[in-house]
Design a protein around this ligand. Structure first.
Ligand code: UD1
Ligand code: UDP
Length: 365
């Protein structure tokens, strides 16, 4: 199952790994349609080499209850018709929990990819989705040992937990050379020098007008030091429009969301990344690119203890100060090699498929 932008990067390597073993796996790819703009969905199928979904539930946007309920209502007949042995769900979006709940009630086994992450902040919708999906899953594939500890603390049977590494990094490892090849054209098109790359879409940052205004003020100040390139998530686009921030702000280049390859190339060569995305914290860690995360917490602590990530308060002074400190530091020591968490090595999907095979005694799914 896939539904929202980050799901595509997590499922693509698993879909490919299963396709290499046709005698063991028969697959049905379901897209819930939670994300539907061409640059939030279709482009990733092309760039990641994902097959066209067998079924698209076309649920679209709505409140949490509306969206979760719509996925459940439309997914149930699919499960009843195809009766799969296993459902694989990635991440922590509403589609993840909705599909898992349907499968649990109908007796299909559930494999949760990226299990065990916890921000310990239940005001985040994703935290609710993570806790509940983990509780009803039969196999829990974790990206790092901290996630195993979280699951054990919540009473999950250790036999269900498999620390396999970060599957999103499989996609990065495979496509980084292709992304790099696009950089010269991108630099020319965007007239790029030294730049700060920004992505923001958490409700805690963008749904509160005062917080979003603070962030935009910080970006305007930082725009005097270096170029600010801000591909705007559709949730954020609407909020910026409501606040009267036009497309071009002094020093800030607001653009449409990029496809995966362009965005990866831009991450790899940014002077600094400012984000509230989960996946971007991980990708910058792998790439060794300095990253500021505008949040009070993260469910990905290895990106801080091992990687290049730092948390920062979403206020104008804190953002400006933290960005200037990091930029000064990275100019002093520009070639610090990236420290990568164990098993973030491009082979995670292979490990997941091995475990699935073993769990199902290698019989045809
Ligand atoms: C969702 C996930 C979040 C994830 C993010 C990845 C939940 C609760 N949230 O947040 O965990 O980090 O995706 O990007 O599942 N919209 C469009 N076009 C689209 C998709 C959305 O215009 O293709 C607009 C709609 O106005 C919609 C809003 O964006 O109401 C929010 O979309 P939604 O999927 O509800 O949540 P995200 O903020 O995208
Ligand atoms: N991404 C992208 N284009 C963009 C911004 C992000 O392709 O303009 C990719 C990014 O490289 C990562 C994924 O989207 O692979 C992260 O998704 P997102 O930030 O939407 O969700 P989160 O990880 O926060 O759940």
């Amino acid at each position: 199952m896939v539904g929202a932008r980050p799901n595509f990067m997590k499922m693509a390597p698993i879909v490919h790994a299963m396709a290499r073993r046709p005698e063991q796996f028969e697959q049905l790819l379901v897209h819930t349609g939670q994300h539907y703009d061409a640059n939030m969905s279709h482009i990733f199928f092309e760039e990641l080499g994902l097959p066209r979904p067998d079924i698209n539930l076309d649920v679209g946007s709505g409140s949490h209850a509306q969206q979760t309920a719509a996925v459940m209502q439309r997914f149930e007949p699919v499960l009843l018709e195809y009766r799969p042995d296993w459902l694989i769900v990635p991440g922590d979006v509403n589609s993840t929990l909705a599909c898992a709940l349907v499968a649990a009630k109908l007796g299909a086994k559930i494999a949760h990819v990226e299990a065990g992450l916890r921000s310990f902040d239940r005001t985040m919708p994703e935290e609710i989705n993570r806790i509940l999906t983990d509780q009803i899953s039969d196999l829990l594939f974790t990206p790092s040992p901290d996630a195993d500890q979280n699951l054990l603390r919540e009473g999950i049977d250790p036999a269900k937990i498999h620390c396999v590494g970060n599957v999103m990094i499989d996609t990065l490892v495979r496509l980084l050379p292709m992304a790099e090849a696009r950089l010269p054209a991108l630099r020319a098109k965007l007239n790029l020098g030294d730049y700060l790359l920004v992505t923001l879409h958490r409700p805690s940052n963008v749904d509160d007008p005062a917080t979003l205004t603070e962030i935009m003020q910080a970006l305007q100040q930082l725009g005097r030091d270096l170029q600010v390139l801000f591909p705007v998530h559709p949730r954020t686009r609407g909020k910026l429009a409501q606040l009267g921030f036009a497309d071009e702000q002094p020093g800030i280049h607001l653009v449409e969301p990029f496809g995966y390859l362009d965005f990866l190339a831009l991450q790899a060569h940014a002077a600094l990344v400012l984000t509230d995305s989960g996946g971007v914290q991980e990708e910058t860690t792998y790439l060794g690119v300095p990253c500021l995360t505008a949040r009070p917490n993260t469910e990905r602590p290895v990106t801080i203890t091992l990687g290049t990530n730092r948390l920062v308060e979403s206020t104008c002074p804190a953002l400006v100060q933290a960005a200037r400190d990091l930029l000064a530091h990275s100019r002093q020591s520009p070639h610090t090699p990236a420290r990568r968490p164990a098993l973030w090595d491009g082979q995670t999907a292979q490990r997941i498929v091995d475990v699935l095979c073993e769990a199902h005694s290698c019989s045809k799914f």
